[in-house]
Design a binder for this molecule. Structure first.
Ligand code: ZN
Length: 168
């Protein structure tokens, strides 16, 4: 007799606000298919390494119900081997990718700011105390500018950064 039980993922009703608070979230719910119903090509390639989106059957996301089957009369063009469990796994991988990219972008931006503010301080470190206080004000102003970046602006920055990645 086989006593092995299946393994399920948690199925939370409430989102994990703590976990998602710091990081910008894209507009889609499903990271497997980005709500298109068709699994992202770069995720499909984790499983079908030579997947060709122009010639192969459409890998349907079964992690969500975004795919509109009624648009396609011919079920023969669909690849339905990606089941719910697999789509949830791909969703998790893609989610982690996004988080990493967003964090990297944020770090890069912060570093640029530190260099800029550092240069201002260094350039004027020998200047009179009057000027130094002006520069200090400038540094503080730049910091305030970065801190005032809205979620929409972060989103735009991320989108431009990810254009190449998405077209893969
Ligand atoms: Zn999906």
């Amino acid at each position: 007799m086989n006593n092995e039980l299946p393994k399920f993922e948690r199925s939370p009703i409430l989102p994990n606000v703590e976990e998602d608070k710091e990081i910008w979230q894209p507009r889609w719910d499903c990271f497997c298919c980005q709500d298109t119903g068709q699994i992202q090509a770069h995720l499909v390639r984790l499983i079908i390494s030579d997947y060709d989106p122009n010639r192969d059957r459409i890998p349907v996301c079964q992690g969500c119900n975004k795919f509109d089957r009624h648009n396609l009369r011919d079920y023969g063009v669909l690849d339905t081997r990606f089941d719910l469990f697999l789509c949830k796994k791909l969703d998790a991988i893609s989610r982690a990718d996004w988080k990493q990219v967003t964090e990297k972008q944020f770090e890069k931006y912060k570093k640029q700011l530190d260099i800029t503010t550092g240069q201002i301080a260094k350039t004027h470190s020998l200047a009179s105390s009057d000027r130094t206080s002006n520069d200090e004000r400038e540094v503080q102003q730049r910091k305030a500018e970065v801190e005032a970046i809205s979620p929409e602006e972060w989103k735009a920055m991320n989108e431009s950064y990810l254009v190449g990645k998405k077209d893969e």
